[in-house]
Design a protein around this ligand. Structure first.
Ligand code: PLA
Length: 417
């Protein structure tokens, strides 16, 4: 006899979740039947043919892996692949980092940058001073706002970051806000290629910020999702990480290999904690494992093996460097091309900032209504805050985007809704 069917589902009252401001655009783009359309929303590198890209050095390693009889599909340890953990810390803080040499750096593999942030913040919610607040830049990657409360850290505070007039960092505002935050606050920092503004601190500004953070006893939490992608130079892009660590500051770091190795879907990343006292590192590691084990047990192996092989082999490492230069170089070319195209059209405004911004994104200053106008009329998908992924642009689509921006600046409804 069939079981009586209940009329109501236990999920009847389930509310609709708000769409993700970045990922939902991909779906809209894919579902858009228009013949001419463009997706410059998510920060994913595309070739000049608009194709997704597997780095040749990654392909080479994968080919080697295919023939390697020692590889299997066993679980990795909870904390991840040893060769990867060691190498990724050195990539961030430098081969000669004192913190590493003194054994004060704990690194665990994580589910790319997002997972590292999540594990790191959950760890802090258990062991960092109760009630400490996480501060993020006023303009930031949307998940910086969402992950802390979900990890038990409460709602975030904001610090000023961007000066809309100069289109650069509002360093005075940033320093004021970080000085006024309660001592011992957690400060989320983008070490390079700030998302979404493309405006980074100068080396000198990092040094001044480091002094204030040390004086205030704040804990910096660096989110390094673009090392090597800002300037094409891994060492230059890690300046802030290397400098803060060299000053004996305790800090947290999330790292992602999504962009710089193109390992987006492999979820390859790491979380590092630098502490001032070597005697506590073992306890830090065991507690990080306590966070990870009931969350997803252990991390995926494939991407970590690829990254470890590249990071630990000088020949492959050099190849990777060359490929980073090519990718970041193409992005720079797109910046110049878009600027020139807008200038040619005599689009109102100065577009020089497009070349000054750094990294994957351009923060165009387009308003919400202008973005809506462009999406509706031209089927171009970008974030509603005016962020464009320059890596999604190609030689053959620059003029289309410039034309749409020109039309929007002149003809879209005014306002910032
Ligand atoms: N941190 C920052 C600042 C990021 O921009 C991103 C990705 C991440 C962390 C996380 O990346 P990962 O988990 O894939 O390593 N930002 C993207 C994609 C590229 C996204 O939103 O997930 C973006 O378009 O902003």
């Amino acid at each position: 006899m069939a079981v009586a069917v209940k009329k109501k589902s236990f999920l009847d009252g389930i509310p609709d979740a708000p769409p993700d401001p970045i990922l939902s655009l991909r779906t809209l783009y894919e579902e858009d039947p228009a013949e001419k359309k463009l997706n410059v929303s998510v920060g994913a590198y595309r070739t000049d043919e608009g194709k997704s890209y597997v780095l040749p050095v990654v392909k080479e390693v994968e080919t080697m892996m295919l023939d390697d009889p020692s590889l299997n599909h066993e679980y990795l340890p909870v904390e991840g692949l040893k060769e990867f953990r060691d190498a990724t810390a050195k990539l961030a803080f430098g081969e000669d980092s004192l913190a590493i040499r003194e054994g004060r750096c704990v690194t665990v593999q994580a589910l790319s940058g997002t997972g590292a942030l999540r594990v790191g913040l959950e760890f802090l919610s258990r062991f960092y001073a109760q009630g400490a607040k996480v501060y993020i830049p006023e303009q930031s990657w949307p998940l910086h706002r969402r992950i802390p409360p979900l990890s038990g850290m409460g709602e975030v505070g904001l610090y000023r970051y961007f000066n809309a007039d100069t289109k650069g960092v509002d360093f005075t505002g940033l320093m004021e806000d970080i000085s006024h935050a309660p001592n011992g606050s957690i400060i989320v920092l983008h070490p390079c290629a700030h998302n979404p503004t493309g405006a980074d601190l100068s080396f000198d500004e990092w040094k001044r910020l480091c002094t204030v953070i040390a004086e205030k006893g704040h804990l910096p939490f660096f989110d390094a999702a673009y090392q090597g992608f800002a300037t094409g130079d891994l060492i230059r892009d890690r300046f802030a990480l290397e400098y803060f660590a060299s000053q004996g500051i305790e800090l947290m770091l999330s790292q992602s290999y999504a962009k710089n190795m193109g390992l987006y879907g492999e979820r390859t990343g790491a979380l590092s904690v630098i502490v001032s006292d070597k005697s506590i590192v073992d306890r830090v590691l065991t507690q990080l494992k306590q966070v990870i084990r009931p969350m997803y047990s252990s991390p995926p192996a494939h991407g970590a093996r690829i990254a470890a092989t590249i990071l630990n082999n000088p020949v492959l490492f050099d190849k990777w460097n060359g490929e980073l230069k090519l990718m970041s170089g193409r992005i720079l070319e797109m910046r110049t091309a878009l600027k020139l195209a807008l200038q040619k059209l005599q689009t109102p405004g100065s577009w020089d900032f497009l070349e000054k911004q750094i990294g994957m994104f351009s923060y165009t200053g387009l308003t919400g209504p202008e973005v809506d106008f462009i999406q509706e009329k031209y089927h171009i998908y970008m974030m509603r805050n005016g962020r464009i992924s320059m890596a999604g642009l190609t030689t053959s689509t620059v003029d289309y985007l410039a034309g749409a921006m020109h039309d929007a600046v002149l003809n879209a409804p005014k306002g910032h809704l």
